[in-house]
Ligand binder design. Structure first.
Ligand code: PBG
Length: 342
């Protein structure tokens, strides 16, 4: 018997053989394309830390939706840059909010497109947090307020008051024609609150894609520039998850499914592929992975220096997310990857 007995390389000899035995396939149908909608007309403003990603006015986002549709990308997720921010996130639930207007315009022009609404308050709050902020009380009389204030001691992100605003936002998005509600705030109990509000408003058929395991990640940096949503003080660690915790991620996902989530997301994707794989193994709902802004920015930066082969890294990164078990991939490369796959 020849040695070695097992020759795995036999099936790697040609492109045709490799393709025949390929275990994981990407198609544009896997992709969700994020858009950042801003006020104005004819606006296409590139995000500095995300070359190739733009803030788009409503008319421009319709064009982008048409292009994505023609490339076979089935879904968009919308983020909004409102005209004004305040302490109750009016722009998030206003019937004439920026995302509501974009959703109506896109659904009118490209009705087949699945339009997902990201539900969070950070883009619409003057302080940039994902929930309602209250000073912690009682604060010791005359106690100095640190600058910046410290979470848990000087202010808190109030859970239940936030739920009401998230529910209101979700119903207003559904009214504007949004097909799927995707809460990304990480408050406790939000899926139940949103499900109840949607049902009461007769949107029983509107699914919820929960950002169930969303980690407090430094990979969101460029997004906060794109969506102008950086917290003005403190950070998001009192509501987003600690990156070290996979068992807690399973609890988050289990609770969200119990509360009524139809699909669950793990975010970011590449640094948390193990969490995607564990979620796929354990739960039977569709699992989504979000290739976030920092993952995109790293690839772009390295490619600009000619340090990596951009197209191959894009496809390899997306394939890894698919292989880990995500059937839905949110990616800024949606259009581009669809082109590469054509
Ligand atoms: C809103 C939200 C964020 C992202 C999606 N929804 C930012 C954050 O939590 O700070 C990040 C997406 C990305 O980085 O591409 N809460």
């Amino acid at each position: 018997m020849a040695f070695p007995a097992t020759r795995l390389r036999r099936l790697r000899r040609t492109g045709a053989l490799r393709s025949m035995v390929r275990e994981t396939r990407l198609t544009p149908e896997n992709f969700v394309y994020p858009l950042f909608v801003c006020p104005g007309k004819g606006v296409r403003k590139e995000v500095r830390s995300m070359p190739g990603v733009f803030n788009l006015s409503v008319d421009e986002s319709v064009k982008e939706a048409q292009e994505a549709h023609s490339l076979g990308v089935p879904a968009l997720i919308l983020f909004g840059l409102p005209e004004k921010k305040d302490e109750v996130a009016t722009g998030a639930w206003d019937e004439n909010g920026i995302v509501q207007r974009a959703a109506r315009a896109i659904k009118a022009e490209v009705p087949e497109m699945v339009v997902i609404g990201d539900v969070c308050l950070c883009e619409y709050m003057s302080h940039g947090h994902c929930g309602v902020v209250k000073p912690s009380s009682p604060r010791p009389l005359g106690a100095a307020v640190a600058s910046p204030p410290i979470a848990g001691t000087e202010y808190e992100i109030v859970n239940d008051a936030t739920l009401e605003l998230l529910a209101r936002t979700s119903v207003s998005l559904a009214r504007a024609g949004i097909d799927i509600i995707a809460p990304s705030d990480m408050m406790d109990g939000r899926i139940a609150a949103i499900r109840k509000a949607l049902d009461e408003a007769r949107f029983e058929n509107t699914p919820i894609l929960s950002y169930a395991a969303k980690f407090a990640s430094a990979f969101y940096g460029p997004f906060r520039e794109a969506a102008d949503s950086a917290p003005q003080f403190g950070d998001r660690r009192s509501y987003q998850m600690d990156g070290a915790n996979i068992r807690e991620a399973m609890r988050e996902i289990a609770l969200d499914i119990e509360e009524g989530a139809d699909m669950v997301m793990v975010k970011p994707a590449m640094p948390y592929l193990d969490v995607i794989a564990a979620a796929r193994e354990r739960f039977d709902v569709p699992v989504a992975g979000y290739q976030v802004s920092g993952e995109y920015a790293m690839i772009e930066a390295a490619a600009r220096n000619n340090w990596i082969d951009r197209d191959r890294v894009i496809m390899e990164s997306l394939t890894s997310i698919r292989r880990a078990g995500a059937s839905i991939i949110l990616t800024y490369y949606a259009k581009e990857a669809a082109r590469l796959l054509a």
